[in-house]
Design a binder for this molecule. Structure first.
Ligand code: PLP
Length: 387
């Protein structure tokens, strides 16, 4: 298929997806692939889950779009659910993770007084591709060429408590972090680090923003990953699985943080439409039902991956939190991803040497066995020589 009319910004894998069911996708020839990356953490209930399909069709027959000139009821229901499970007080809806971060940053910017506008972020973090979110992203190669000069961000190594303490001062407007760095290679932050971030931001009247776009909404075994550390951020961003594949992001605010985005200060045409919000209400109900099982599922999968580590010396480390797994290799990961794909397993590679698995919450033991068997095979045959 010709890609000559597409912008050349993606380097795609050799798979064309025609349809999906449960944990599997199918190409146009009917070949089946076990999907353990879930559309990068979006398809948390796999493909074509009957409950999702039913509400999608039902709402599509009523109305798909209204704009934010009027209310349609589903936003209010979803906002209430998100506030109840997060402990925050106000929700704004948009279309993506990066937009959820933009709303967070706009609130911080509106609040920042002269001499109090510095942001603190983590090295290796990822917050999105729009200009504001990109200015924060702790990966210089992604920022290069794009960030306007003058963005005031101090980067701190994940879990470096003394660097965090040194970076936060009276000039800090906000600290922004992913409790589990996703694109950065699945790096779960220590509870102690998250608690210190909360304590230190409070001491200087700065906001704490939790970017839960990848690690939130059940993926780690709690609704939000910050809940493992028992902290309460001022602003939380979510997106990816929220509407089970329809584009939907949300920024959650405390009442105090919400006051910085009053009428006319922010908005979107599509964000929080009736279709996406209806599906998201169903999604959150479904998360509530599976949440108690996620930690056990996570351990079952981890035990199998650990067995692989003992067999393959190129696996340096396996990092995980809930159903997020990063297999740190000593060699480039892409050839292994491609070898796995050729054998019917779809995962991806981040930071060049980390195999990333974000299985759907509906994964069961036979699928875990299949994934590990194919990975084992791919690691055995596709292993480039040790760097
Ligand atoms: C932690 C985090 N924040 C923000 C984003 C940006 O989300 P989107 O691609 O929906 O704009 C991502 C995307 O991977 C992410 O992982």
């Amino acid at each position: 298929m010709s890609e000559s009319f597409l912008l050349g910004n993606y380097e795609r894998y050799a798979l064309q997806v025609e349809s999906g069911e449960g944990c599997y996708v199918f190409d146009p020839h009917g070949n089946r692939y076990l999907d353990m990356i879930s559309g990068i953490g979006v398809n948390a209930f796999g493909y074509c889950h009957p409950r999702i399909t039913a509400v999608l069709l039902e709402q599509a027959r009523r109305c798909v779009h209204t704009s934010n000139l009027v209310s349609h009821g589903n936003q209010e229901k979803l906002a209430e659910k998100l506030c109840r499970v997060s402990g925050l007080e106000r929700a704004f809806f948009c279309n993506s993770g990066t937009e959820a971060m933009e709303a967070a940053l706009k609130a911080v910017r509106a609040r920042s007084a002269p001499g109090k506008s510095r942001l603190v972020a983590l090295r290796g973090s990822f917050h999105g591709r729009t200009m504001g979110a990109l200015a924060l992203t702790g990966q210089p190669e992604l920022r290069r060429n794009f960030v306007f000069p003058g963005a005031e961000v101090t980067y701190v190594e994940p879990d470096d408590l003394s660097a965090l303490a040194a970076a936060i001062g009276e000039d800090t407007a906000a600290v922004v972090l992913e409790p589990v760095l996703g694109e950065g290679g699945i790096i779960p932050l220590e509870d102690e680090f998250l608690q210190a971030a909360r304590r230190l931001t409070r001491a200087v009247n700065a906001y704490l923003i939790s970017d839960e776009v990848q690690c939130g909404l059940g993926r780690t075994g709690k609704y939000f990953a910050y809940q493992w550390a028992g902290i309460d951020p001022d602003i939380v961003a979510v997106a990816k699985p929220l509407a089970a594949g329809l584009p939907l992001g949300a920024t959650l605010f405390t009442e105090d943080a919400a006051q910085w985005l009053p009428p006319h200060s922010h908005g979107t045409t599509f964000g929080g439409g009736p279709l996406a919000c209806r599906v998201a209400v169903e999604f959150l109900d479904m998360v509530g039902e599976v949440l108690p099982a996620i930690t056990e599922l996570s351990e079952l999968f981890l035990a199998r991956l650990e067995a692989l580590r003992h067999k393959h010396p190129v696996i340096r480390q396996i990092r995980s939190k809930g159903l997020m797994y990063g297999i740190q290799l000593s060699v480039p990961g892409r050839p292994i991803v491609e070898a796995a794909l050729g054998r019917g397993l779809f995962i991806n590679c981040t930071q060049e040497t980390v195999l990333r698995l974000l299985p759907p919450y509906i994964v069961e033991e036979p699928e875990m066995d299949e994934a590990v068997r194919i990975l084992d095979d791919a690691l055995t045959t596709a292993q480039p020589p040790e760097a």
